[in-house]
Design a protein around this ligand. Structure first.
Ligand SMILES: [Zn+2]
Length: 307
């Protein structure tokens, strides 16, 4: 269904070190080329048998603070900024090897991943990829959050955030996808958090690697980072960065206009699962995932609106 696009991978293996946001652990990450039609794979090289995990929405196991994918007990967390860089640079086939349970956070944006991909060299694979598109409007909501899909020839994301804070009231941004636009408008937008939440997360054992080096931190009086913001509307741009990363877990490029109101990883994932509905190949693992998804759907009063 939809248009086709040429598949890409990287020319050469590349590796780097970083720190996990939640674990605070040092991580060695490498990016490796894969042949056409492979898709995006993660591999935990620190575990026995070095298990592989395919980056698809059906392997998402947790969405509370970040997006976690997993398979039979092994998982990789905080995949969304790397997934966003892969979506933004049009990479279809790649193997990400890491020696820890979490993708490094770097500066809290996708900039470092973009630079790694550029340094590795982007390789055109001369094989086309399908691009997913629907021919009708489709929407999903959860509490006051909503995502609406409109058929469109290009990928456009119009995102609105509305936090109870003077710096983050009603911020709206429309992003028209191209690789250059991604690099210029989205890739450098950093993750953000309220100081009280960061402190609470640290008490619960999360955000151990969190600092002003890898997030914009806000309190009642303003932004704590001495360098300030990279864009006046950096917050909504980062939400688009996250959305593109979560959307790429569809498993192929997606076309359409997405109008998004206050969504986060949880609703993003439910939306992608709903888009994929009935399209995923069945295996024991995805059946288990389906069951746990429908449970959480009921608990959260999730609704697919008639389009
Ligand atoms: Zn993020």
């Amino acid at each position: 269904m939809g248009m086709r696009r040429v598949q890409k991978t990287i020319e050469n293996r590349i590796e780097c070190n970083g720190v996990g946001l939640h674990t605070g652990k040092e991580v060695l990450l490498s990016l490796n080329p894969l042949p056409p039609d492979s898709g995006i794979w993660f591999r935990r090289v620190d575990l026995p048998h070095k298990p592989y995990i395919k980056a698809t929405a059906n392997h998402v196991t947790q969405t509370s603070l970040c997006t976690v994918i997993g398979n039979n007990g092994s998982g990789v967390s905080t995949v969304e900024h790397l997934m966003s860089a892969l979506a933004g640079m049009g990479i279809h086939n790649i193997l990400v090897e890491i020696d820890a349970p979490e993708v490094p956070i770097f500066d809290g944006s996708a900039q470092h991943f973009v630079e790694l991909l550029q340094e590795a060299g982007i390789k055109n694979q001369k094989v086309s990829s399908e691009v997913f598109a629907l021919d009708k409007k489709f929407s999903i909501s959860q509490e006051d959050k909503k995502i609406t899909y409109y058929p469109n020839k290009e990928l456009i994301v119009s995102f609105t955030i509305d936090f109870d804070h003077p710096l983050m009231k009603e911020q709206e941004y429309t992003f028209r996808f191209s690789e250059d636009n991604f690099v210029d408008e989205i890739s450098r937008a950093r993750t953000f958090g309220f100081l009280r939440d960061v402190e609470a997360m640290k008490k619960c054992g999360y955000a151990r690697g969190g600092s002003l080096e890898n997030a914009v931190v806000i309190d009642e009086n303003g932004i704590l980072n001495p360098e300030g913001l990279r864009y006046p509307n950096e917050f909504v741009r980062h939400k688009i960065l996250d959305f593109l990363g979560d959307l790429y877990l569809y498993g192929m490029p997606v076309r359409g206009h997405f109008v998004v109101y206050k969504s986060g990883h949880t609703l993003n994932n439910l939306f992608i699962k709903a888009l994929k509905n009935g399209k995923e190949e069945k295996d024991a693992h995805s059946d288990f995932q389906e069951a746990s998804l429908s449970m959480s759907v009921n608990q959260r009063a999730f609704t697919i609106l008639p389009a």
